[in-house]
Write a protein of this length. Structure first.
Length: 167
């Protein structure tokens, strides 16, 4: 599995010792308010186990520090190997510092240059202005508005679809 290096970051494959971080991330209400209802630990363990073997999922860390700052993953479509979906999460303390932007650009470049992917899709809640900025700054274009299409804790939200195509 690949490791991706950027000017400030190391994106490394998930390892078993990342479980405590992943669990904290998935139980943090400030993060999950834009992602999903907080799942029971058993379901979080199942998702983590899948990340351990997924080929294009990474923990985000600074070069000089082993403290995880977030995670990012690329899932190549089984229907069309030239398309993938991407998702990312950054801890609140690292938000607003360009971490998500740098990691996103690096994984997109990796996808286009190493995996044969020609287009990357991302989905973001309309209310998540920080993530919308990250996507648009990276060149993603909003292609669709899915009104009240996503539910978290019984509340329905607009979901925006974004796309980035290889040059």
């Amino acid at each position: 599995m690949a490791t991706i290096i950027t000017p400030r970051l190391r994106l490394t494959p998930f390892e078993p010792f990342d479980w405590a971080f992943f669990r904290r991330l998935r139980e943090d209400r400030t993060i999950m308010r834009y992602m999903a209802t907080i799942a029971p630990e058993k379901e979080t363990r199942r998702v983590f186990a899948a990340r351990l073997t997924a080929p294009h999922t990474f923990i985000i860390r600074a070069h000089n520090d082993d403290t995880p700052l977030g995670d990012i993953g690329l899932q190549i479509s089984t229907q069309n190997r030239e398309e993938a979906d991407i998702g990312y999460t950054v801890v609140p303390a690292a938000q607003g510092k360009g971490i998500a932007s740098e990691a996103l650009r690096a994984v997109c470049e990796y996808a286009f240059n190493q995996t044969g992917v020609k287009a990357i899709n991302a989905y973001v809640l309309a209310d998540n202005s920080g993530s919308v900025r990250v996507l648009e700054k990276a060149g993603f274009v909003r292609t669709q508005v899915l009104e009240k299409a996503y539910e978290i804790d019984g509340v329905r939200y607009d979901d925006w679809a974004y796309r980035l195509e290889c040059d």
